[in-house]
Design a protein around this ligand. Structure first.
Ligand SMILES: [Zn+2]
Length: 285
């Protein structure tokens, strides 16, 4: 009997050591993965914010401002493949200001100008991939032909979207300081009246702002504002000028990937990526 246990011990000992090493490697591998996800400095959070205008196959649309329906579908499919989860601007700012939790690989998908094709083309595709968006509407275009109607905006809201203001008339505010009250405050009040919601954020028309304009966005009751830029990291100091990366029409998926963190064509699908290394080893046997 003793001899039998000795044999078992001699087999088991190296096995236990081997398993322990594999477990340690798996754990360190996983923690390295987690820390690589958030490459932000203290007080910063990495959340790409995409900016779209039109999602349309209309050839008359300016290609910079119109992403084709097929390209948009491919981009959403790719985001799903990379393991992104959509959040709204309010979710992002609530995380920055209040510490609310965020999902892994968060992304904000925004649309400026309130074109009708956001509802007709982008919304069904995003529903298919489980994404919500944030749409910035121009208050005096509400219910105009070619733009989103109150009922459509209501449906987007019911599906978890955020609706923000993009001004009253889409005027460049840095050139027209006298208009800021109407453009920033009145547009918010009109949208809130029309939709029965509290508007949280503002998108600067043409992405331009100065100190006066951004301070008025704060004074007139908004809690965040979005511009245009190249950054994907945000902090308390950038809440009134959140950088959005514009997705222009006609770009391929490789160029789309360059706008984003956490993309890699060579990795298997994201859920598998988070399996521990020992599982991948077992699969090789
Ligand atoms: Zn605009």
């Amino acid at each position: 009997m003793a001899c039998h246990f000795k044999w078992l011990e001699s087999v088991m000992k190296p096995f236990i050591v081997f398993v322990s090493i594999i477990i340690i490697l798996s754990l360190t591998g996983l923690s390295a993965e987690v820390s690589a996800e958030g490459m932000e400095k203290e007080g910063e959070v990495t959340v790409p914010i995409l900016l779209y205008h039109r999602i349309s196959n209309d050839n008359s649309a300016d290609s910079r401002y119109a992403v084709s329906v097929t390209d948009f579908k491919d981009q959403m499919e790719q985001l799903r493949y990379w393991g992104y989860t959509s959040i709204t601007i309010k979710d992002l700012v609530d995380h920055i200001n209040k510490g609310n939790s965020l999902p892994q690989r968060p992304i904000v998908i925004t649309f400026d100008d309130g074109n009708l094709d956001v509802y007709e083309n982008a919304f069904p595709i995003m529903e298919r991939y489980g994404f919500t968006g944030t749409v910035y509407i121009v208050a005096n275009r509400l219910n105009s032909e070619g733009f989103l109607q109150a009922e459509e905006l209501q449906e987007l809201l019911n599906h978890g979207w955020e609706v923000g203001s993009h001004g009253m008339t889409h005027t460049e505010l840095t050139q027209n300081h006298a208009l800021v009250r109407n453009e920033i405050l009145q547009s918010r009040l009109d949208i809130e009246d029309a939709l029965g919601i509290k508007v949280f954020s503002f998108a600067y028309p043409f992405g331009t702002l100065d100190w006066y304009v951004s301070s008025k966005v704060f004074d007139y009751g908004y809690r965040a504002a979005v511009g245009v830029g190249n950054l994907t990291n945000h902090s308390y100091g950038t809440v009134f000028n959140l950088s959005r990366r514009e997705v222009q029409g006609g770009i391929d998926l490789e160029a789309f990937a360059e706008l984003l963190p956490w993309t890699n064509y060579f990795l298997p699908s994201p859920p598998r990526k988070y399996l521990p290394n020992w599982w991948l080893l077992i699969q090789c046997i």
